[in-house]
Design a protein around this ligand. Sequence first.
Ligand code: BTN
Length: 281
Amino acid sequence: MPEALAPLVRNTIFSGNIHHIVQADSTNSVALRGALLAGQHPEETPEGAVFLAEEQTAGRGRSTHSWHSERGTGIYCSFLLRPPMAPAEALWLSLIAGVAVQDAVRETTGQAADIRWPNDLLINDRKFAGILTEMSSEGGRVHHAVIGIGVNVNQRSFPEELQSNATSLRMEGGGTELSRLDVAAALIRALDREYRALLRAMGSPIRTPALRFEPIMRRVESRSSYAHGKLVHVDEDGGYNGITDGLDPRGFLRVRTDKGLRIVISGSVRPAERKTDAPGS
Ligand code: BTN
């Protein structure tokens, strides 16, 4: 796989640094361990190392969820980065990764994916990819960050407990088997583009610190049907409903509720049912 991938990802920050693993516990854990072992010698796991596994035995999702990681069907990969940012800014890494997955899917399958803030990728309202960003910080700066991306590519079915919400590119694309290599290569190229754009935006001297991420924010907003005007239920602070109203300058989701504007920090969102009056009431 790395030999076949190399020519497809030439000139990206990830080229020359792709590790193919037959079976990993979790590619995020592999990347985090690699970065920790490198310790004071970051050149040993440089920015841009990629860990791609055929199978994960302990794939991790957000919160306490696991990630279904059956052998040879999906893409399970983690990207090690050393962005010059504060830990509170790391949400942008997840958000740009969502845009990258969306682009890779459009390029390789023609399918239009939606981003459900902050890091679920959906087709026809079912989830086919997820992103888990983890990091280690030191002195108020990110020391290293790992963006873990799982993409359901060729699965034809899922375990019962996932069936109502999960899908794969193959299932949404009429059952034709896809090349995981092509999707992985497109994903690596797209993440390279988005990461460079993020670094450029951060380094721009014309922006005040509060507005540094504005171009990225607009880009993410334009790619997600969840960003504006969507009635959602937020699983945070006991749960509440509201209408989404864009991202704030930190990348958090703004939601207008009956009681005013609320900012979703880490809760998950899903479409809410519109209240209908009971018949006869
Ligand atoms: C989520 O939607 O909850 C995030 C899922 C992230 C899964 C990927 S698969 C590659 C990487 N390794 C992991 O253990 N998790 C991420």
